[in-house]
Structure formats: structure tokens, C-alpha cells
Design a protein. Structure first.
Length: 707
């Protein structure tokens, strides 16, 4: 696997670039040393990224242009791009930078299961619809899934489905069909494992766990939903446990139950319950059959169960993957956190049940720990439960709730989740609007204040090829921040490089282009990714041409936008030249030019006097133009040279200066190039040849110091 970074710069954009003046010189290209056979030498790099204001897709061949203009979002036309109206409008109206980065998940319940309500949520920014198998029948959930799918197909949305298992922790029954029940102070209630007919006898609660009556003792405290309602056990009669209400409140169907003795959570035989019950396995089969994108596993205790489930899914899922999300909501999951997250495809900070198992005041620090660990291990993370709990009943949130949402956004969690607010609350759309507007505001504040957190992102690659991807993404993100580009484009089949970019949390959004709808939907959970489905080839130039044309024809990019593109799909790379480049005798540089078979030109550059720098090169009819940026701003690139991916051998001239530098090491780590977006005349349909946009000034002629 090989990769590319390319940078597109337009004439009108004025990025803040570091100060060293450009080195400009001509090299006799034919004299350069080819280390590998070059299939197509010396093509121009006038990559067709014509973002002029002269109308849609001005540079492309007529046929592509026509298709681009007529492309409707939902049509699976190979030349079209799948994007929804909300994303499109957001990009058009507000530009790239102000798009929302934090993703939003809504639990679908009776308040939101209708087609119109689902559409309203999609319009409001829902990225993932969660169905909770604790509630409702499989038939009910199937209908919801089908409605979301129809909505996606009709309107181009990429709303993913997350199925959440019930898990086998202890919970109450369904209240015999009642939507809630009120427990008053001092009332006597009976908790029992008996199967009652509905309606239930008065003040009676059914419990799902057979060992309940054996496990509890007189004097134990019984907590509903982590303390929303409390009871004290005062008598056991066979399977019936008599309790007195000590903290009154509302009992909801299937609410979670925990019992406490002498201030500690009691974990008797219930600790031996399987994480995935037989009912859960049937639900998982259902999820696989319905092709859900995510399965979230409740009450995970160890990494083993995640590994087991993943191999189960692998053997059964028809096309492609279902991501497994570990719900962190028990003491055991906190104990084994790192290995659980490592084994999973993502995690959820399920604060509802977590807060019932650990003291509430420990929940915020555990949330932060989980969010950070997920980011380090490159797993998407969702912060869930009670974000806007008061909005179940009221149309405005409390100040404290807004502060809580802000904190999760500030921690840069991938996603926020609504539970009861959207499942059965009175104001689901309003709650979503609050999540959206708070996310946007906090993200902007964070960027404006340049609050780049100093989070260490450890290397996570397990192979050399993965290290290359990782280095490229880290560098691309850093470069994007330094150059203040408008977006990073990533062309990715399985989504890996898109997630590596998301992990860096760059200042600009990441447009992720992928060929399959299911990958597009799965990427929709991850911070900062705007996923598009697009048919593309291994030829990056034509992919870029096509993308720019399509996006431009729909007004989603415009002249002057600056974009970095990376890809994990290029097939091969050739090293072509190594040359000494001299800057008026003042400074000397070693330059390596790499060339992809797709004709993208790649450059790494090393300052001769052992400083390291970074340059972009534009081979152009036998000449090379080099733009050098010095180390202060290019630390992110250093490791590329240092890691042995690119090695030089320098020849010295009689004056002691370097005369030539040969590539001796592997040269596939890093590719880059400035591409000029010139005037109409400069752009050609095939991406190279005959254009001269690089020669007429070499790149940006914007006075930014690049040219
Ligand atoms: N499909 C559904 N049908 C009916 N009610 C639902 C459904 N999904 C959710 N609800 C209601 O919304 C509430 C909040 O949903 P949520 O998914 O947070 O459930 P929960 O019971 O707290 O379980 P979990 O710990 O898995 O989140 C539930 O308690 C239930 O009353
Ligand atoms: C979401 C969930 O399961 C919880 O908070 O408990
Ligand atoms: K659940
Ligand atoms: Mg839970």
C-alpha cells in the first residue's frame, strides 16, 4: 500500500506561510538519476483542480461536467457523489470551517419512530440512530431501520444504525405496559421474579434475574436507575422481596436495578451473568440480518467477549463489517478498560449505568479517561446519557446540562448521544438543536482561541504500511493547521486513513470519499469526518478531478479554497531522481523526487547542513521548482526523513558543498506537491501535459512567499 499527500493551492488564497523565501531553480531533469524505471516521465503537475469562479466544473470534459451538474444525491450513478442536503447546505452557506465536527446520536423510541420524525432528526443533524433492544419488539425496530434506510436512499443521508443490546444485568420488567409508575416516600413495593399477568398487581415490580431473591438481604438498599428511586429491603418471602421506598421518584419500564450493602455495590451471582445473553445473541443475529452499522454491547466486562463477537460477526455478516462498540458502564469494564477498547471498534461512556456502579463524583474523571484513551487508540467514542435530561419534559435545557455538553465537546469526544430526550421526551428536535448549537459554538471557541491540546498521540501502527499511513495523516493534519487550509480530502476504501486523520482533530473538516455506502455510514460516527460516497479509481488525478468537479458544480467548494488530499489507495510508487539544489550558493538542499504511477509527484527535502526542511517540488518540463519551508514549522515532517523511509547519500563537490544526493533508502513514505490552481487556460482534462500552470509561476502567485 502506498499513499499520497498533495496540496492544492489556489491563486486567491493567502495562507499564512512561514517566511523563508522560495528557492527557485532549474534542473536539467533528464540528467537526473532514475533509480527505478519510470513509466511516464515528466508529466506536469498541473493537477486539474480548477476552482475558478467560471461556472461548474469548468475544466472537465463535457460529459463529466454534464453528469456532475445533473447528479441527484440519492442516485447511484457511478459519476455522482452521495451527499445529503443538510451537509450540502451547510458547506454552501457557511463554508468548510464552520461545519460541525462533533457527531450526534439519537436513541429512537416512541417519540421519534415515525418517518417524519426521523427525517426531522436527520435534518437536525442526527448522524447515528440508536435502537435499544431493551425496549420494543424486533418488528418495531425493523420498521425503524427500514424508515432510516428509505430516508438515506431518498435524500442522500448517511444516517447509520447502532443496535444496543439489552445485556444481562438486573433490571425491572416492563411495568405491564404502563409508561411509568410513581413510587412515593414510605410506600411498600414488592419486587419479584414471578411472571405476572398484566396489568401487574398494584405496587409490584417484576425483576428479570432469577437469583434476585437469593442474592438480596434484608437491610440492602435497592437503587433504580442508579438512584433515581431508592428502596430498602425489609422482608423476603419466597420469590418476593418487600421493600420500602426511601427516595421517591418515577419508575420507568425496564429500569436498571442495583443493590448495595454497607455502602458497596453487591455483586453476587449476578456478576457471573453472561455479557451477551441468549436473547442478545438473537438480537445480534437480527442486527446482522438487517445490516446495522454498529452493535453496541452493554455491560462489557472483558475484551474476550468483544473478540468473540467480532469473530461471530465476521463469519456471518454478508457484506463487510459491523463495528462493535463497547459500552463502558460497569466496574469491570473500567478495570479492563484498555484491553476492552483495544479489542473494540469504538466505545460508549454509558454514564447512566456507570453512575449506578461507581460514585457519581467519579463519573466525570472516568469520562475524560475513556475519551482520551479512545483517541489515543484511534477508536471513536460516544458520550451518552442525561446530557439534556430535563429536556425530556421541558423545552429548554438547564445551564448545568449545557455545561456538561460543552465539556464533552471540549474533550473532543467523537459523538454525543440523546437517550430518553429523543426516545420518549417531549422535545426531541429541540434537544438535538441544543446539542448541535452547543457543539458548533464550543468547537469554534476552541479553534478561535487556538486551544490545541497537547495530547500525546502514541504510535499505534502494527505494521510498516500502517506506520506510513499514520505518519502521513499526522503530517497532513499538522500541515493543515499550519497552512490554515479549508479541508483535508481523504480517498479511502476501508476508512482507515480517514479515522487516522480524525484522530488528529485538525482545525479543518475532513472530507472522506469512499466507494461503499456502508463505509460512508460508519465513518459518520467519527469526529470531523464528512463522508461522501463516490466511485473512484486508483488514478488519483482523475479522482481529484472528478471530486472537484462534482463538489464545485454543486457549490460545495469554490475558487480560492485550499485543500490537502491524502489517499490510501495508490498502487505503486517509483523513485526517480535525486539532485542537488542550490539556492544562489547560499544554502544547499538535497531533494528527492518520487513519482507515483498515477503521476502525482512526491517530494521530500533535506537541508544539506543537517537542518531538516520540507519542500514541495513541481517537475515541469525539465525544471524543478522548489519551495522550502524551514524546520520550525515543519517538525511534523521530520520523522519522515529520520525514520529511514527516505534516505540520502550526498556527493560533495571540490568546494566542499554537496553536489548531488542520491536516494538510497526506501522512498515511499512521503509524498507531496504543490498544485497550482491557475486560470482556465491552464487546466487540462487529463491532469497533466500541456498546461503550463506550474511553469507560469510555479504555484501560488499570491504573494504568500511561496512563489
Ligand atoms: N424502543 C423503545 N420503545 C419504548 N421506549 C423506549 C424505546 N427506547 C427507549 N425508550 C424509552 O426511553 C428511555 C431512555 O432510553 P435509553 O435507551 O437510555 O434506555 P435505558 O432503559 O436507560 O437503557 P440503557 O442503559 O441501555 O441506555 C427508556 O427508559 C425507555 O423508557
Ligand atoms: C447508554 C447506557 O446504556 C447507559 O448510560 O447506561
Ligand atoms: K441497552
Ligand atoms: Mg446502560
Amino acid at each position: 500500500m502506498s499513499h499520497s499527500i498533495s496540496v492544492f493551492i489556489s491563486a486567491s488564497h493567502s495562507p499564512k506561510l512561514p517566511s523563508p523565501p522560495p528557492v527557485k531553480l532549474s534542473l536539467p531533469f533528464p540528467a537526473s538519476i532514475s533509480l527505478l524505471p519510470v513509466t511516464r516521465t515528466l508529466r506536469k503537475t498541473s493537477l486539474v483542480v480548477k476552482a475558478s469562479d467560471n461556472g461548474p466544473g469548468g475544466v472537465l470534459s463535457a460529459s463529466l461536467q454534464d453528469q456532475a451538474i445533473s447528479a441527484a444525491p440519492a442516485v447511484a450513478d457511478p459519476s455522482s457523489i452521495d451527499v445529503d442536503a443538510v451537509t450540502e447546505a451547510e458547506l454552501k452557506e457557511n463554508g468548510f470551517r464552520s461545519t460541525r465536527r462533533t457527531k450526534l446520536t439519537c436513541t429512537i423510541g416512541p417519540a421519534t419512530c415515525g418517518a417524519e420524525q426521523l427525517e426531522a432528526l436527520a435534518v437536525g443533524g442526527m448522524n447515528v440512530a440508536r435502537i435499544n433492544m431493551c425496549h420494543g419488539t424486533r418488528e418495531w425496530h425493523r420498521e425503524v431501520i427500514q424508515r432510516v434506510r428509505s430516508l438515506n436512499e431518498a435524500k442522500g443521508y448517511a444516517v447509520a444504525i447502532m443496535m444496543d443490546t439489552e445485556g444481562s444485568e438486573i433490571h425491572m420488567g416492563d411495568l405491564g405496559g404502563a409508561s411509568s409508575a410513581k413510587a412515593e416516600d414510605g410506600e411498600i413495593w414488592t419486587f419479584s421474579v414471578r411472571a405476572f399477568d398484566s396489568p401487574l398487581p398494584e405496587r409490584t415490580i417484576n425483576v428479570n434475574y432469577g437469583g434476585f431473591a437469593e442474592d438480596v438481604e434484608v437491610g440492602d438498599e435497592l437503587l433504580v436507575d442508579g438512584g433515581m428511586v431508592r428502596f430498602e429491603v425489609f422482608e423476603k418471602i419466597g420469590p418476593d422481596v418487600k421493600c420500602r421506598c426511601t427516595d421517591p421518584g418515577l419508575l420507568l419500564p425496564r429500569a436498571n436495578l442495583t443493590f448495595w450493602r454497607d455502602g458497596s455495590l453487591v455483586r453476587e451471582r449476578n456478576a457471573m451473568l453472561p455479557t451477551i445473553s441468549s436473547k442478545d445473541w438473537l438480537d445480534i443475529d437480527f442486527g446482522i440480518a438487517e445490516g446495522v452499522e454498529f452493535i453496541a454491547i452493554s455491560f462489557v466486562k472483558s475484551a474476550e467477549v468483544i473478540k468473540h463477537l467480532k469473530s461471530y460477526i465476521k463469519a456471518r455478516a454478508r457484506d463487510g463489517d459491523i463495528s462493535v462498540i463497547a459500552k463502558i458502564e460497569s466496574i469491570d469494564s473500567l478495570k479492563n478498560l484498555e484491553e476492552i477498547i483495544q479489542a473494540s471498534d469504538g466505545a460508549m461512556v454509558a454514564r447512566g449505568d456507570l453512575g449506578a456502579q461507581i460514585p457519581l463524583e467519579q463519573v466525570p474523571s472516568e469520562q475524560q479517561r475513556i475519551v482520551q484513551l479512545c483517541r489515543q487508540l484511534n477508536k471513536p467514542v460516544i458520550v451518552a446519557s442525561q446530557l439534556l435530561d430535563s429536556m425530556i419534559e421541558y423545552p429548554t435545557p438547564t445551564r448545568a446540562e449545557v455545561a456538561d455538553v460543552s465539556e464533552a465537546v471540549r474533550q473532543r469526544a467523537d459523538a454525543l448521544m440523546l437517550s430518553g430526550e429523543s426516545a420518549m421526551g417531549q422535545y426531541p428536535e429541540k434537544a438535538l438543536t441544543v446539542l448541535r448549537s452547543v457543539s458548533l459554538r464550543i468547537e469554534k471557541w476552541w479553534r478561535d482561541e487556538k486551544r490545541h491540546e497537547a495530547m500525546e498521540l502514541p504510535g499505534i501502527a502494527s505494521s510498516f504500511a500502517d506506520s506510513i499511513s499514520e505518519e502521513i495523516c499526522n503530517s497532513a493534519a499538522k500541515m493543515a493547521n499550519n497552512l490554515e487550509v479549508d479541508a483535508i480530502f481523504v480517498y479511502t476504501k476501508a476508512g482507515h486513513m480517514a479515522s487516522l486523520l480524525s484522530r488528529c482533530r485538525p482545525d479543518c473538516p475532513i472530507f472522506a470519499f469512499t466507494t461503499t455506502t456502508s463505509v460512508r455510514r460508519r465513518l459518520n460516527l467519527q469526529w470531523g469526518l464528512i463522508p461522501f460516497r463516490l466511485s473512484f479509481s486508483d488514478d488519483m488525478e482523475s479522482n481529484l478531478n472528478k471530486t472537484f468537479s462534482l463538489l464545485k458544480s454543486r457549490g460545495m467548494i469554490k475558487s480560492g479554497d485550499l485543500v490537502i488530499a491524502v489517499s490510501d489507495m495508490l498502487q505503486s510508487i517509483q523513485k526517480t531522481t535525486a539532485q542537488l539544489v542550490s539556492d544562489n550558493g547560499q544554502r544547499q538542499w538535497s531533494v528527492v523526487v518520487c513519482q507515483y504511477s498515477s503521476s502525482l509527484h512526491a517530494v521530500a527535502c533535506k537541508v544539506f547542513n543537517d537542518q531538516k526542511g520540507f519542500g514541495f517540488i513541481t517537475p515541469n518540463d525539465g525544471s524543478v521548482e522548489l519551495f522550502v519551508r524551514q524546520s520550525a514549522k515543519t517538525e511534523g515532517f521530520r520523522s519522515l526523513g529520520d525514520s529511514g523511509n527516505v534516505e540520502f547519500e550526498v556527493e560533495y563537490g571540490s568546494n566542499g558543498r554537496a553536489k548531488a544526493a542520491n536516494v538510497i533508502g526506501l522512498c515511499r513514505a512521503f509524498v507531496g506537491g504543490w498544485y497550482s490552481v491557475g486560470g482556465d487556460d491552464d487546466v487540462c482534462a487529463d491532469g497533466y501535459g500541456g498546461c503550463g500552470c506550474a511553469s507560469d509561476g510555479g504555484g501560488a502567485s499570491d504573494g504568500s512567499g511561496l512563489d
